[in-house]
Design a protein around this ligand. Structure first.
Ligand SMILES: [Zn+2]
Length: 191
């Protein structure tokens, strides 16, 4: 393969859209005879997120590609299926925290908290949420279910207090008047 390292690298990844799933920058650097940093410099802007939408190279294509480029990158890592991995994580997280999917005013968790605790990126979480057909996040409860506005005992935010919340307070299932489960937890630990 003729050309500068940059041209060769760019030509290489052009033919292997899922290269990020298969090779580290260090592996590519070793093959192309440059540092990992140099590979990053050349490919940096092409890295983020691209692989999600783009097609996978089959292993037959891959073998041909590596041979024609005169490269010996060894047995490639099986391409990591990021969406499947995220789905698995989310499913496991929800199995362990079933209340997380409830609406916030019913004691559910914010997507931000789920994202952090399950270790999934926000775009991936939103995608999996839809795919798994989890209840869509609503802004607030239906007006008919709202008893009154309340002030969260932990964060001071005003929020809609519903019949369901009222009931859970009466039955002792809920101890505090809080806007979310995370505020309840904070309050409980402060107790
Ligand atoms: Zn609160």
């Amino acid at each position: 393969m003729a050309g500068t390292v940059e041209q060769r690298l760019l030509a290489f990844i052009e033919q292997m859209p899922d290269w990020q799933l298969r090779y580290t920058l260090a592996q590519l650097g070793e093959q192309f005879g440059v540092s990992r940093q140099r590979v990053h410099q050349i490919l940096g802007s092409r890295r983020r997120g691209e692989h999600d939408q783009r097609e996978r190279v089959t292993s037959a294509q891959l073998t041909g590609l590596l041979a024609s480029a005169g490269l010996d990158l060894g047995q490639p890592q099986p391409a990591v299926d990021a969406p499947a991995q995220a789905r698995e994580r989310l499913t496991a997280f929800i199995a362990a925290n079933p209340a997380a999917v409830l609406q916030l005013w019913e004691g559910g968790m914010t997507l931000k908290a789920i994202q952090r605790q399950a270790g999934i990126s926000r775009p991936m979480l939103e995608r999996c949420w839809q795919e798994l057909e989890l209840p869509a996040r609503r802004r607030g409860p239906r007006a008919s279910l709202v008893v009154r506005r309340e002030i969260c005992a932990q964060c001071g935010e005003a929020f809609d207090w519903t019949r369901k919340l009222e009931r859970s307070l009466r039955t002792g299932q809920r101890k505090y008047i809080t806007c979310s489960l995370s505020c309840s937890r904070k309050l409980a630990t402060a107790d």
